[in-house]
Design a protein around this ligand. Structure first.
Ligand code: GDP
Ligand code: GDP
Length: 438
C-alpha cells in the first residue's frame, strides 16, 4: 500500500502550490484524456523509487465551531487520521499565528509523524526568521519554497523517512502468480456489498487458502472455474463473518489504495443516478493508476427505457476516457447479468499482462505508418523506426525514432487503435511513449 501524506495548515500558506509540486509527475500522463475530472484534493506522487498519495486538506481551523469551517475541520481530521505522515505548512514570511499554534497543538497531541515546513522561504538566507516556529514544539523547521521548488525533495525524504519504506517497490511481489486481484470500487450505495455477497453466495465459488492471508485480513481468496481471484479490501466495505457490509464512512484514501493494489478494478455505477462527479473522480484515479477496468451499471432492474438511454449517454460524455473498458448492465439484487462479469475481468487481466515482442510491435508499427504516415509539423517530419514493450499492467509501448515530439495526439490514438486490435487489449489502458533520438 502506498503511504499517505496529508498537507495541513491554515489557508494561504501554500498548501495547494506544494500539492501541485508533489503530484506533478503524474499530471503529464493524465492531461491527455478529455473529460477526465480530477479531484484536486487527492493525488499521486513519486520521488525516486517511492510512490505516495498526497491529500491537500484545504484550510484548517481546528477550533471552528460552525458552518463551512467546521466541515473543513472535520474533513481535515479525517484526512489526518488516514495519513501515515503529516506535513504541517506554515508561512515563513507571514510568521507564526494563533491559528498555527492551534494546529500545532492538535498535531502534537495526535502523535503522528509530522514534518514542519516553513514555506515561501525563497531568498531567506538568514535562518533567524524561522526561529520563532520552534515554539510550535514540533522539532526542526524546514525552509521550503513550493513556488520555486526549493527544499521540496528534502521535505518529501524527511516525510517518508519514518515510514521505513522498502527500497524496492512492492509491485507484484506480494501476490501469488495466477491470482487475479480484484477491487470492487464505487460510491456508497451503488451496490458493492450486494454484488459481492451475491457472488460469494454462489456455490461455484470455492474458498482456498493462500499463504500470507490471515483470517482477519479483509481480502478473500476464492476460485471460480479454475481461475483464482483475490477480492481485496474495498473502500467502504467491511467483512463481518461471512458477509460484507457497507460501512457508513466512504474513504477516498482506502479507495485509492484498493485501486492501486488491484490488477483489475470493477467500477460500479448506479443506474438510478447516472454518472455523478464522484463516479468520475474514482474513474479518473483508476485511469491514473493504470489499472485494468470493467464497468458495470448496477440497478438496471430499477430504471425504465428512457433512464437507460440517459445513463448510457452520460457514460459516453462523462467517462470517454474509459472507452477501452467492457461495459455491463447488471442487477446485483436480482442476480441478472453478473455471471458475464467474470469473463470480462479475466479478459481485462489478460490484456493488462499482455506480452508483446519487439519484432511484432515493430512490424505493426511500420505497417501502420505505411497505411498512414504521421503528418509533417513545420520543418519536422516524425520518423518512426521501431517499438518495444516498456512495461506491463498497464502495457506500455515505447516507440523509437526521430522528431517524435511532433507526433499529434490524433496520430497516437490511431496507433493505439491498431495495437489494441492486434493484441486484444480490451479492458486495459495502454500507454504509448515516444522516445526520440533527434
Ligand atoms: P493554500 O491556501 O494553503 O492552498 O495556499 P496556495 O497554494 O493557494 O497559496 C497561497 C498564495 O501563496 C498564492 O498566492 C501562492 O502563489 C503563494 N505561494 C505559494 N507558495 C509560495 C512560495 O513558495 N513562495 C511565495 N513567495 N509565494 C508562494
Ligand atoms: P454499497 O454501499 O455500494 O455496498 O451498496 P449496497 O450493496 O449496500 O446497496 C445499497 C442499496 O442499493 C441497498 O438498499 C440495496 O438493496 C440496493 N441495491 C443493490 N443492488 C441493487 C440492484 O441491483 N437493484 C436495485 N433495485 N437495488 C439494489
Amino acid at each position: 500500500m502506498k503511504p499517505v501524506i496529508a498537507l495541513v495548515g491554515r489557508p494561504n500558506v501554500g498548501k495547494s502550490t506544494l500539492f501541485n509540486r508533489l503530484t506533478r509527475s503524474r499530471d503529464a500522463i493524465v492531461a491527455d484524456f478529455a473529460g477526465l475530472t480530477r479531484d484536486r484534493h487527492y493525488g499521486n506522487g513519486k520521488q525516486g523509487k517511492h510512490e505516495y498519495i498526497v491529500i491537500d486538506t484545504g484550510g484548517f481551523e481546528p477550533t471552528a465551531e460552525s458552518g463551512i469551517y467546521k466541515e473543513m475541520a472535520k474533513q481535515t481530521r479525517q484526512a489526518v487520521a488516514e495519513a501515515d505522515v503529516v506535513i504541517f505548512v506554515v508561512d515563513a514570511r507571514g510568521g507564526l499565528s494563533a491559528q498555527d499554534h492551534d494546529i500545532g497543538n492538535y498535531l502534537r497531541r495526535l502523535g503522528k509523524p509530522c514534518v514542519l515546513a516553513a514555506n515561501k522561504a525563497e531568498g531567506m538566507h538568514d535562518g533567524q526568521q524561522l526561529v520563532e516556529f520552534f515554539e510550535l514544539g514540533l522539532g526542526e523547521v524546514h525552509a521550503v519554497s513550493a513556488a520555486h521548488g526549493q527544499g521540496v525533495r528534502t521535505l518529501v525524504e524527511l516525510a517518508l523517512a519514518p515510514l521505513n519504506l522498502p527500497d524496492e517497490p512492492e509491485d507484484d511481489a506480494g501476490s501469488e502468480p495466477g491470482v487475479i486481484r480484484l477491487a470492487v470500487a464505487g460510491r456508497p450505495n451503488v451496490g458493492k456489498s450486494t454484488l459481492i455477497n451475491t457472488w460469494l453466495g454462489e456455490e461455484r465459488l470455492v474458498a482456498f487458502d493462500m499463504p500470507g492471508t490471515t483470517r482477519d485480513a479483509i481480502s478473500v481468496p476464492f476460485e471460480r472455474h479454475g481461475q483464482r481471484f483475490e477480492l481485496i479490501d474495498t473502500a467502504g466495505l467491511r467483512r463481518r463473518g461471512k458477509v460484507f457490509e457497507a460501512i457508513e464512512k466512504f474513504s477516498v484514501v482506502k479507495t485509492l489504495q484498493a485501486i492501486e493494489s488491484a490488477h483489475v478494478v470493477l467500477l460500479l455505477l448506479d443506474a438510478t443516478q447516472g454518472v455523478t462527479d464522484q463516479d468520475a473522480h474514482i474513474a479518473g484515479y483508476i485511469l491514473e493508476s493504470g489499472r485494468a477496468v470493467v464497468l458495470a451499471v448496477n440497478k438496471w432492474d430499477a430504471v425504465d427505457a428512457y433512464q437507460r438511454e440517459l445513463v448510457q449517454r452520460s457514460i459516453e460524455t462523462r467517462l470517454p476516457f474509459l472507452k477501452f473498458a467492457a461495459l455491463h448492465f447488471i442487477s446485483a439484487k436480482k442476480r441478472q447479468g453478473i455471471g458475464p462479469l467474470w469473463g470480462a475481468i479475466a479478459q481485462a487481466y489478460k490484456a493488462a499482462m499482455c506480452k508483446m515482442s519487439t519484432p511484432v510491435l515493430t512490424r505493426l508499427l511500420l505497417e501502420a505508418v505505411q497505411f498512414q504516415s504521421p503528418k509533417r509539423s513545420g520543418m519536422f517530419r516524425p520518423k518512426m523506426r521501431y517499438a518495444h514493450q516498456g512495461g506491463m499492467n498497464p502495457p506500455i509501448i515505447v516507440i523509437h525514432g526521430n522528431s517524435l515530439d511532433h507526433v499529434t495526439e490524433a496520430y497516437k490514438r490511431f496507433l493505439e487503435g491498431r495495437f489494441r486490435k492486434e493484441f486484444d487489449l480490451a479492458g486495459t489502458p495502454l500507454r504509448i511513449e515516444m522516445r526520440t533520438s533527434a
